[in-house]
Structure formats: structure tokens, C-alpha cells
Design a protein around this ligand. Structure first.
Ligand SMILES: Nc1ncnc2c1ncn2[C@@H]1O[C@H](COP(=O)(O)OP(=O)(O)OP(=O)(O)O)[C@@H](O)[C@H]1O
Ligand SMILES: [Mg+2]
Length: 316
């Protein structure tokens, strides 16, 4: 197949990974059979503890790490056979920042576009720099920028050749909360233009905030891939903790349908329910509590975060 011809059968996916293994030279099995499809226009978050294999997986797709076996397609292009086409469909913001410290922002970003054989296009570079709030820094040397600005330069660099798939390996590590939020907005805006985004993060709220779908990787294996909303629905538990005016010894039979639990020697009553499948009306339960002379003086409510779900899954 010529280098420029995508295989239409698999072209619907941005990324198709099948039976991917990577054993490093020292014998370490970093990827142990990954199968994953990522649709065009998706924002996919890859979560997992340190050393799980996230960067290895991304680097394999980007052609930086040579897989031991398996197949990867990027926008229909075979990563091994149609390497150039596959690679030029990808923009990568690596976990480790690498830029020429003495070069200017403008040159760094423009040069990167040239590396992919794309013709010069100052208007595109200007738009990318403006979107990332880097326009006023365009003539500054990289070394004079703050850490957060450097990260944004890396993103600008990755976008310079107008890739269809953007990989962000820990994009907001060391970025302050405000800037992080603005980066999230920029990533969403990119998706609006049809770009597929795959990111890794250690900030659970980042995945919760941005992703359409979440994959959890542990010890080189994908232990779960799921729509974020479905995942939250399935595992999104909520608890209401009633601190009682007077402790009770036992839960009255009239309340048995609610699956309540007593804590702190009867001083607290805990109601656990699923956020998205509320089978009980809380106000009904309050009526039954009252009828049984159980009076809460305080009510606390908490929901499980993606972090708790993640810890439960990988047993970290
Ligand atoms: N070049 C290499 N040679 C040998 N082992 C390696 C090499 N690169 C990575 N590893 C090992 O492979 C495993 C996966 O590393 P990887 O960088 O993919 O993890 P990660 O999920 O990205 O972790 P982090 O969250 O810390 O970035 C780790 O145990 C790491 O030590
Ligand atoms: Mg990593």
C-alpha cells in the first residue's frame, strides 16, 4: 500500500491498537497486550499509577518506542508500514520538556512545522500562539519563560503542523490552577475543530473535567475503558451522613428498605446511594426518620471521586 493511502476500513478511528507488547531491553514488560480503539474527535484520558506504561504506550503510537509486537494505526495509517503519514497525523507534547532554550518562541514553533515538511504558514503559527496566550512572548527566548509558559510552547509546537491527533503526556504538571483551567478550555476548543485528544494525567479532576472516555492502565494492561459518564454512573456513589441529636441502638425496621448503616455507636446514620440511579426519595426517608423519632442535627453529603474509583480498580 502506498504511504499516502489510509486503509478505509479502519479510517473511522483516530487510533487503533491491537495486541501491543513492549518489553524493554532489560527484560521489563512495560506493555503486556494492549487493545484500544479511539474514535475521531474523542478526548480520551489515560490514567494509571507511576510506571503503569502510559508514556510507553504514547511513545509507541508516536513512533518513539519500538513495540516488541502488535499493530498500531493512526487515522488509518499503519504505524510500521506508513510511518511518515502516521507520524505527521500526530502532535505530541511529551512528559519531559525538550526545547532549545536559546531559540525564540516563534522560531521553535515554526521550525517544528517545517520538520513535518509542511510549507511555511505564518498565519497558522500566529493563530496557535494567540490561542495559547503566547503571542506577546513570540520573540522571547524559551529559557526566559516560566514553566507554565514553556508547557504552552510545547503545545504550540505540537500543533504547528496541524495534526489530527494530539497526545498530551501530563500536560498540566506544574501548571497553576488558573492556567490549567484555561488549558482545559483550549483543549476542548481544539476538539471542536475535529482534533482527537489523548492525555495522561495524575490530576483526577482533569480527567473528570475533560474526558469523554477514560482508560485505566496498570502494569502494562488496560484494566478498564469506559465512557466517563457511564463510569461515574456505575461507580458514582454518594453518601449522606446524618449526625443524630440522640444516638440510637438499632435501625428501626420501618427504615430497612433504605440500607442504612449506623456508625460511631449509633450517633451517626449513613445513607449510601447511587448518584445516577436514585431509587429512593430522600424526603420520604426523612419522614420515616421523623415518624420514628430520629432527628438529625447535621447532614453531610459526599460523592466518590474518580480518584476513589481508580484506587478501587488498581488497588493502589
Ligand atoms: N527505556 C527503558 N528501559 C527500561 N525500562 C523502562 C524504560 N522506559 C520505561 N521503562 C519502565 O517501564 C515502565 C513504564 O514506564 P512509563 O514511563 O511508560 O510509565 P508511566 O505510566 O508513564 O509513569 P509516570 O506516571 O511516572 O509517567 C516503568 O517501570 C519504567 O521504569
Ligand atoms: Mg509517563
Amino acid at each position: 500500500m502506498p504511504d499516502f493511502m489510509p486503509d478505509p476500513a479502519v479510517n473511522a478511528n483516530a487510533i487503533t491498537i491491537s495486541a501491543l507488547y513492549k518489553t524493554y531491553d532489560n527484560g521489563f514488560k512495560a506493555l503486556a497486550g494492549i487493545d484500544l480503539e479511539i474514535k475521531r474527535g474523542e478526548i480520551f484520558a489515560l490514567l494509571g499509577p507511576n510506571g503503569a506504561g502510559k508514556t510507553t504506550l504514547i511513545n509507541a503510537v508516536c513512533g518513539i518506542v519500538q513495540p516488541s509486537s502488535g499493530h498500531i494505526r493512526v487515522c488509518g495509517y499503519d504505524n510500521a508500514v506508513q510511518y511518515r503519514a502516521a507520524r505527521s497525523a500526530i502532535g505530541l507534547v511529551p512528559q519531559e520538556l525538550t526545547t532549545d532554550a536559546f531559540e525564540s518562541v516563534w522560531n521553535t514553533v515554526s521550525f517544528s512545522r517545517g520538520l513535518f515538511g509542511k510549507p511555511k504558514n505564518p498565519a497558522t503559527i500566529e493563530k496557535i500562539l494567540k490561542d495559547l496566550s503566547l503571542w506577546d512572548k513570540k520573540d522571547e527566548q524559551i529559557r526566559k519563560l516560566s514553566g507554565g509558559m514553556k508547557r504552552r510552547v510545547m503545545i504550540a509546537k505540537a500543533l504547528s503542523h496541524e495534526p489530527q491527533v494530539l497526545f498530551l503526556d501530563e500536560p498540566t504538571a506544574g501548571v497553576d490552577v488558573e492556567l490549567r483551567k484555561s488549558m482545559w478550555a483550549q483543549v476542548r476548543a481544539l476538539r471542536e475543530t475535529g482534533v482527537t485528544v489523548i492525555l495522561t494525567t495524575h490530576y483526577i479532576e482533569e480527567a473528570e473535567e475533560m474526558a469523554d472516555r477514560i482508560g485505566v492502565i496498570n502494569k502494562g494492561q488496560l484494566v478498564l475503558t469506559e465512557e466517563k459518564n457511564a463510569l461515574m454512573q456505575k461507580m458514582g456513589k454518594r453518601q449522606m451522613v446524618f449526625t443524630l441529636r440522640d444516638a440510637i441502638q438499632a435501625i428501626p425496621p420501618a427504615l430497612s428498605a433504605y440500607g442504612l448503616a449506623l456508625a460511631e455507636n449509633g450517633a451517626k446514620l449513613i445513607y449510601t446511594y447511587n448518584t445516577h440511579q436514585a431509587s429512593h426519595d430522600v424526603s420520604d426517608m426523612m419522614d420515616v426518620l421523623k415518624a420514628n423519632n430520629i432527628r438529625p442535627k447535621e447532614i453531610d453529603s459526599r460523592s466518590s471521586s474518580l480518584e476513589e474509583i481508580f484506587i478501587e480498580l488498581v488497588g493502589a
